[in-house]
Every structure is written in structure tokens, then in C-alpha cells.
Write a protein that binds this ligand. Structure first.
Ligand code: ISJ
Length: 342
């Protein structure tokens, strides 16, 4: 049975699975669990799905799941696309203004605020939409994840949380957003915002690594938008457990803020909805040997009568609420533009 058919079959039987394609690869990976048990993640090798805060962190363990690979061979799906009009964003702009005020009052330096866009869903087809997603965003980590106790999630994320191989690590500081164009020029606000993420990561991991190499910031394309990205790599201290590094990195100030505690408290108190697995992390976990985790961005959750698209943006003292709202709209197109009925 082809992997997408197998996934449909597991979904209809309410059994957990993960499908994923890594950035710049054409191999589709499938992990299928034959029971509906929720195995909580505590370091087992497997496909991990972990939320933003206080969620059940689940793993589909490789040793008890069926793990299958297949070459990606699915065509784009050209059926009727979804047309949908976003809100005016009054609530979100008010939230951003509250964030700016808190920064001006010195409560914190940066906070990432987000919103959930609900698209009414009578007939959106997750498998057909996933085909479009994989075919459209070749440089992203693309996935479809299902667990009966968690739900059905899909995304195409440009952001690596951490890659670990034989004691070496790689991570990135990704922030600053603008629509893709031929001539990209970055403003002060974006440069500063992205530097804060680099500094945050450096501070969080400095005492856990032997060496650390930080690149210059470069422009990184993610579909129809671009970000600023710094590559950060090095070797992990032999005394450090790899999960400790993950816990130090998540949530970075690319999705939460700085200082972490203050920014997170602000999000939990003011954002007004539950992020669940948006801005959490997911991917393959094999400890120090070979792990490949991504931040759950540009993602959506299939609800009974709607598809919820989650989008956020970094707020600093120089933010303009209207611009931030437009930024979340632009980010939401990553998912909204590939959804199809079927
Ligand atoms: C929070 C999101 O994206 C993050 C925030 C960015 C920003 O503020 O410019 C850019 C990339 C991501 O690190 C999101 O896509 O929801």
C-alpha cells in the first residue's frame, strides 16, 4: 500500500501516524503505530510531537512502530482551492499594542504574539492538501501528524530547532520577515529582532557546548516570504545529555521572547487562546546519535468543522500593530494557499 493510502487507512481506524519529508529531500517517511496508546516522550527514539507549553509530549517509538520510506511521487492537486477572507485583525492589533506597551514599561525586551485563524471546513481534504504542501515548499520540513488524543496537524516549517549527530549540533536563529522580492533590504527593527534570537540561543547553550560557531545573518526564503537566519553549530559537551540541549533551546525567542519567563507569562495571560502544538517542536529523535527536530510553524490543525491556522510574529518596541497583522496574514498564506477540497 502506498504511504498516503496507508495514512488514510490509519486515520479512519483512529491509529497514530506521522508522515514527513525533510528539507530538500524527496523521500517520504512514514511512522505508523498499531495501537492508540499515547506514549509520553521522555527520551525514547521515535517521532516526537511536543507542544509550546504544558502539553502532552508524545512519541511514536521507532522500536514498536512500522517505519517505512518511499520516494515522493505524488502530483500537485489542482482541485478547487479555498477562498477565505481574514478578519480585520482588531483584536490582534490590540494584543500587539499591549505587547509594545509592556516592552516600553521594561517588562521584557521581545515577545512573540500569535493568533489562530479558523477557516470553516466542510470538505477540506488533508491528504490532498498535504500533497500540495510537499510539492510547494521543497526547502521546508513538511509533515502530517495524527494521534487520536491530539488530533490531525500539518505544516511546512522553515525553522530547525536542533540537529544532533555524533556529538555535533546545528541550530538556527530565524526571525525578521518580509515578502519575497528580488531585492531584499532589511530594516533596523528586523536586524535587531533577529540578533536577539541569536543572543538568546548563545546564552542558553554556551555552558553546554565545547565549541560554538556563529555565522553571519543571511536571507532565508520560506515560500512567498523571507527571514533573516544565522547558523549556529558546534560540539556538545560529553557530560551533557542531548535532551538537556533541547530543553535549553525550546522555546527560543523566535517563538516566545526574551527574557523567556516574562515573555511566556505575557503570552499565557494575554494571547487569549491555547497554542497547543503550534510553536512546539517535532521530528526524529535518536538522542546523540542522530536527531533532527523542527519548530512547529506554518502549521494547521484539522478540527471537526474548521481548519485552524496558527501564525505569530516577533514584537519589539519598534513594532507597528498594522504591520504585524499583515505579517501574520502573509505567513498564513503558506498554509491557506495549499488547502484543497476533495
Ligand atoms: C512565529 C512565527 O515565526 C517566527 C517569527 C518570525 C518573525 O517574527 O519575524 C520569523 C520566523 C519565525 O521564527 C510563525 O510563523 O508563526
Amino acid at each position: 500500500m502506498l504511504l498516503l493510502e496507508k495514512a488514510s487507512h490509519y486515520f479512519s481506524k483512529k491509529l497514530p501516524f506521522a508522515l514527513f519529508v525533510k528539507p530538500n529531500q524527496v523521500q517520504l517517511n512514514g511512522v505508523f503505530q498499531n495501537t492508540d496508546e499515547l506514549v509520553e516522550f521522555s527520551g525514547q527514539k521515535g517521532f516526537v510531537f511536543s507542544g509550546f507549553y504544558n502539553t502532552k509530549d508524545v512519541v511514536l517509538p521507532f522500536d514498536s512502530c512500522e517505519v517505512i520510506q518511499e520516494n515522493w511521487s505524488y502530483e500537485k492537486h489542482y482541485q478547487e482551492r479555498i477562498y477565505f477572507s481574514d478578519s480585520e485583525g482588531v483584536e490582534f492589533k490590540n494584543l500587539v499594542q499591549k505587547g509594545i506597551n509592556a516592552i516600553v514599561e521594561n517588562q521584557f525586551e521581545k515577545v512573540v504574539l500569535s493568533r489562530k485563524i479558523e477557516i470553516p471546513n466542510d470538505t477540506i481534504n488533508s491528504i490532498e492538501s498535504f500533497k500540495n504542501l510537499v510539492n510547494t515548499y521543497s526547502t521546508a520540513f513538511r509533515y502530517l501528524f495524527y494521534h487520536p488524543q491530539i488530533g490531525l496537524w500539518m505544516g511546512a516549517t522553515p525553522e530547525q530547532l536542533v540537529k544532533i549527530k555524533n556529538g555535533e549540533f546545528y541550530t538556527m536563529a530565524l526571525a525578521g520577515t518580509q515578502p519575497y522580492s528580488e531585492h531584499i533590504v532589511w530594516g533596523e527593527k528586523e536586524i535587531k529582532e533577529q540578533e536577539l534570537v541569536t543572543d538568546f540561543i548563545k546564552n542558553q547553550i554556551e555552558d553546554k557546548v565545547d565549541t560554538i560557531k556563529i555565522s553571519d545573518a543571511i536571507t532565508h526564503r520560506a515560500g512567498s516570504i523571507v527571514h533573516l537566519k544565522t547558523d549556529i553549530s558546534g560540539s556538545i559537551k560529553s557530560s551533557i545529555q542531548p535532551l538537556v540541549l533541547v530543553k535549553a533551546l525550546h522555546p527560543t525567542s523566535a517563538v516566545c521572547g526574551m527574557p523567556l519567563q516574562q515573555a511566556r507569562s505575557f503570552i499565557l495571560e494575554h494571547e487569549g487562546y491555547d497554542r497547543k502544538y503550534y510553536s512546539g517542536y517535532l521530528g526524529e529523535w535518536k538522542g546523540m546519535e542522530n536527531s533532527d527536530l523542527f519548530v512547529n510553524l506554518r502549521c494547521c490543525e484539522f478540527l471537526e468543522n474548521a481548519v485552524a491556522v496558527y501564525v505569530g510574529c516577533g514584537i519589539t518596541k519598534d513594532s507597528i500593530p498594522e504591520h504585524e497583522f499583515i505579517e501574520t496574514f502573509n505567513k498564513s498564506r503558506t498554509i491557506v494557499s495549499i488547502l484543497v477540497r476533495g
